[in-house]
Design a protein around this ligand. Sequence first.
Ligand SMILES: CC(=O)[C@@H](O)[C@H](O)COP(=O)(O)O
Ligand SMILES: NCC(=O)COP(=O)(O)O
Length: 247
Amino acid sequence: MTLLSVNLNKIAVLRNSRGGTEPDICRAAQTCIENGCGGITVHPRPDMRHVRPEDVRALAAMLRGRVEYNIEGNPFAPPRGGYPGLIALAREVRPTQVTLVPDGDGQITSDHGFDLSNDLERLRPLVDELNAIGCRVSLFVDSGPQDFAAAKALGVQRIEIYTGPYAEAFAEGEPDAVLADCAATARLAQQAGLAVNAGHDLSQANLGTFKAAIPGLAEVSIGHALIGEALYEGLASTVRNYLQILR
Ligand SMILES: CC(=O)[C@@H](O)[C@H](O)COP(=O)(O)O
Ligand SMILES: NCC(=O)COP(=O)(O)O
């Protein structure tokens, strides 16, 4: 079964638009858990427009041991972009998984993954540290062939396939080529001993087709569409709908 990790960034965006505490990110997490999600994802960014360090801590305190906790982000300090506090936060709250993402500071959202041929050496000390504190490490990657064996040798346990291009192709009614590319990527990673996650712009419309094409898909993290759909259907029933698709 593929684990559903609900990304709560958009709850924080709504709250931050007014300041204050509503909508409450821990209450949203509680609803997701009560309705069967297997994980909660957050992605702090340097501009603090989404979840903030205090949210990461509050969620850690309420989630501990109940469902998986996945913290995403770019751990590198400027000028390469990123949120240098990410590793310190991971050290503090010990999430189940840290997903490293090569976001630039100006990006509205994540739009590309690591190039393992260039990035692995600078990732090495971070992967070592995250493994030492007991966090599973996942690397956000574009679909396509990469040296997954080298990532495995570095101590990485998973990749997360960036599914933005798949979602776009699906919306245009022509998902087959991108889907085949994602499936080939997943196979290569699995053959190298890595488990495969996926995320970005997955939705109730496009998730079933994706899941059917990727045997052994370990986890999907979904936020933007899920929180948007929850405005119409309610968060509880939206989470249940996603779980139905993932069965
Ligand atoms: C890595 C990834 O694809 C997600 O973390 C994505 O960045 C979440 O989207 P927002 O942070 O824009 O809500
Ligand atoms: N890792 C992807 C994620 O957490 C959610 O992405 P999105 O559904 O908000 O596009």
